[in-house]
Design a protein around this ligand. Structure first.
Ligand code: HSE
Length: 300
């Protein structure tokens, strides 16, 4: 058996949708598996490949965990990982790796699970459904605790917006960015987030720009994470001034996500670049397209 699985990068939260909203982006992690290859051989390609070695190999860990949970053994195989999604930047690299691993294990062990069942496994493994929802189904998704599937708000293309990102060179671990959050938040902040997240959800489902603009604001996690990422507030402010519809921290950071009308992409790129220079943050300004595609498998 020989096949390739690929899953997209994603941006979680989109501001106020902490652990709930995700948007799939056109940048892919890939796994190529060959049961006729030398068993146990793992080749990692990609700029951040070394960060995926050993214990960080989410795909392999997920494959073993899933097959063990169903009492199955995986056959021997060789594996090539193409890690195109920057690791530990808030772009869902682990969710993409998980999605690839689960879909691969499902095929290798003949489990016959549907994507939605694999998604729920991934949600359990990751602890939140935002990135894994986008990695499985593509588009803009809402993962509501207690529901048995993710809600597809938009296929991503139909939004007609570009995702202009600033991806710092420096990495940040999700656990550290979660540890920076308080265990309780003031009620007015929680109430603010309920309103804006509801508006954003509706804005993403309908494409309404005013709702997206008003909705991409947060008081639950960004104010605390701004202490870890001093570029966050200057970049989101500058992006909005340059014409971005909305701007937020991407997932647990340090990447910045902005949603931008195609005609304003150059101005927002320039604004992000200027703040990076001014604040001496090394990194790359990268326009990405939202994608409607989630994880997929191609047999050779
Ligand atoms: N919703 C998560 C967070 C995304 O903000 O911590 C990180 O995987």
């Amino acid at each position: 058996m020989r096949f390739r699985v690929k899953a997209p990068a994603s941006s979680a939260n989109l501001g106020p949708g902490f652990d709930a909203l995700g948007l799939a982006l056109d940048l892919w992690n890939e796994l190529e598996i060959d049961t006729n290859g030398i068993p146990g051989t793992v080749t990692v390609e990609g700029a951040d490949g070394t960060l995926l070695a050993d214990k960080q190999n989410y795909s392999l860990n997920a494959m073993q965990e899933l097959s063990a949970a169903y009492g199955k053994r995986l056959p021997g195989f060789s594996m090539t990982i193409r890690a195109n999604v920057p690791v530990a930047r808030g772009l869902g690299s682990s969710a993409a790796a998980l999605a690839c691993g689960l879909v691969a294990a499902n095929a290798l062990a003949g489990l016959g699970l549907r994507d939605v069942e694999l998604f729920l496994q991934a949600w359990q493994m990751e602890g939140h459904g935002d990135n894994v929802g986008a990695a499985f189904f593509g588009g803009a998704v809402l993962a509501v605790t207690g529901m048995s599937h993710a809600i597809l708000l938009s296929n991503g293309d139909e939004l007609g917006l570009m995702a202009v990102t600033f991806i710092p060179e420096a990495t940040s671990a999700t656990w550290a960015a979660r540890a920076a959050l308080p265990s309780n938040v003031p009620l007015p902040d929680a109430a603010f987030n309920v309103g804006v997240a509801s508006g954003l959800t509706w804005g993403l489902a309908t494409g309404n720009r005013e709702a997206i603009a008003a909705g991409m604001r947060d008081r639950l996690h960004e104010p605390y994470r701004a202490r870890l990422f001093p570029h966050l507030t200057p970049m989101t402010d500058a992006a909005r001034q340059a014409g971005a519809v909305g701007a937020s921290l991407s997932g647990a950071g340090p990447t910045i996500l902005t949603l931008v009308e195609p005609e304003n992409v150059d101005a927002v790129c320039q604004a992000l670049h200027e703040v990076a220079v001014e604040h001496d943050v090394k990194g790359e300004v990268k326009p990405l397209k939202p994608t409607s595609s989630g994880v997929s498998i191609e047999h050779f």
